[in-house]
Design a protein around this ligand. Structure first.
Ligand code: SF4
Length: 284
């Protein structure tokens, strides 16, 4: 089977940095915890767990040691609690996620009602909610209908949302009775690059594979976008999850991967796929 890998797939700088910081911390210290899974990829989480990284969702249950703040960041209350318990902090928050938190704080200080377009359940959004008071999250049209009226709205966006979604939601927000609207683009260029390359590729191939954690927001976004243009799009975590019957009758496959997918997962997938005989002559 002919396999084409999208440009710019796999680890983004923020994830690479978080893994490097975690590995370096584990080499130097004992009792190292991450506040939630360090990235949304079970293979990497397992590797780090094998090196001694413990995961805790609840700061109060961490008895002693060092807490790594993952790339999604943490809210101010969480940071205060960590310090209060005398635990050491190693901050692996992605600088672009930090920027969103700083902007939220700044907009609040300037008197805006801060509104973030994103997924309320996602840790990055939860951390932003913890960086300034009274932030509204816009995940769907119903949330827009609930926005306060006649207020100064300061709009930001979860880093991994698509530009299309950001624009659609902005258009809808602009139709509400606000008194002033300030919009700051907080999308991540790395995530946008992956989305653009994946959408381009999925339209040229018979079948498209998106590799990455099932809870990874940027991987899910890649799959959602590609499904719009190629119905034969599949989101898998690794080669073991591939149902080879999806390959039959297809001659070309496209592969991309989320920002938290390790290179070896991509390489293993591509090598195995390239060896697969689908019984169909491929176009060169
Ligand atoms: S996708 Fe972008 S914002 Fe998220 S960790 Fe990577 S570089 Fe940072």
């Amino acid at each position: 089977m002919k396999v084409i890998v999208a440009d710019g797939c796999g680890f983004c700088p923020g994830v690479r940095n978080a893994i490097k910081i975690a590995s370096e911390t584990l080499a130097k210290k004992k009792n190292v915890y991450s506040l939630g899974e360090i990235i949304h990829n079970k293979d990497v989480v397992k590797q780090l767990a094998d090196s001694g990284l413990k995961i805790s969702e609840n700061i109060k249950k961490i008895p002693s040691g060092t807490v790594i703040i993952r790339s999604h960041g943490a809210g101010e209350q969480q940071l205060k609690q960590i310090r209060k318990q005398g635990l050491k902090i190693v901050d692996a928050t992605c600088i672009l996620v930090k920027r969103v938190q700083k902007i939220a704080k700044m907009l609040h200080k300037q008197g805006y009602k801060v509104v973030i377009i994103g997924d309320n359940g996602h840790p990055e959004v939860q951390a932003v909610l913890g960086s300034a008071p009274d932030i509204d999250v816009i995940g769907n049209d119903k949330d827009i209908a609930n926005l306060p009226r006649n207020k100064k709205l300061g709009i930001i966006c979860q880093t991994t949302q698509s530009p299309e979604h950001f624009a659609t939601m902005l258009e809808k927000i602009a139709k509400t009775p606000f008194s002033e609207l300030k919009v700051i683009n907080t999308l991540c260029k790395e995530a946008i690059k992956r989305q653009t390359c994946a959408v381009e590729l999925c339209q040229k191939v018979d079948v498209m594979f998106i590799l990455g954690g099932l809870h990874s927001a940027n991987t899910k976004k890649l799959a959602e976008l590609c499904k719009k243009y190629n119905k034969k799009t599949f989101h898998l975590q690794n080669f073991k999850e591939l149902d080879t019957s999806t390959l039959l009758g297809n001659s070309t496959a496209g592969v991309t991967a989320g920002a938290s997918t390790p290179q070896w997962v991509i390489d293993e997938f591509v090598e195995n796929l390239a060896r697969f005989d689908t019984g169909k002559k491929r176009n060169s």
